[in-house]
Design a protein around this ligand. Sequence first.
Ligand SMILES: [Zn+2]
Ligand SMILES: [Zn+2]
Length: 150
Amino acid sequence: MTDLSDLSAYTNNPVPLPITGGCACGALRYSIDAQPLIALQCHCVYCQKISGTGHGCFVVTPGEAATTTGEAREFTYVADSGGTSFRYFCPQCSAMVFAKLSRHPETFVVAAASLDDRENYRPSVTVFAKEATSWDPPAPGLTLFTEGLG
Ligand SMILES: [Zn+2]
Ligand SMILES: [Zn+2]
C-alpha cells in the first residue's frame, strides 16, 4: 500500500493499545498490538451487499500485530482491482468481523463496528467512490478515491 501516514487520522492521534474487538455474540475476537494505519469508508458493491447498507467502515491495521480467537467463516471474491478479498464472519451470529486482501497481505482489516471502543474508528478516506449510491453519498470532509487505494 502507498504511504498513508499523511492521510491517516491516527498519525498524530494514537489510540490505546491493544485494539480489541469482535462479533455480536463474542465467539470471534481479535487483538491488535499496534497503531492503525488508516480508517476508511468503502462504497464498493461488495461492501454494500455484505452490510446491507451503502458502505462499509474499516480500520486497516498491521497484520503482524493481530491475533484472533474463535472460528471464522470465509467468503472470498475477486475485487474490481483484480485482487482477491477475504471476508471473515462469525459462524454463530454471522457478523463480519475482519477482512484480508491479497494485494496487501501485510494488513489486517477490521470492521469499524466490531471495535470494543467504537470511537477508535477515525475515518479519513473514502474508497470506491465511483460505486456510491445516490442515497448514501461519500461523507463530506474525507479524502476521495474513485477506486481502491491500489
Ligand atoms: Zn458471533
Ligand atoms: Zn468495499
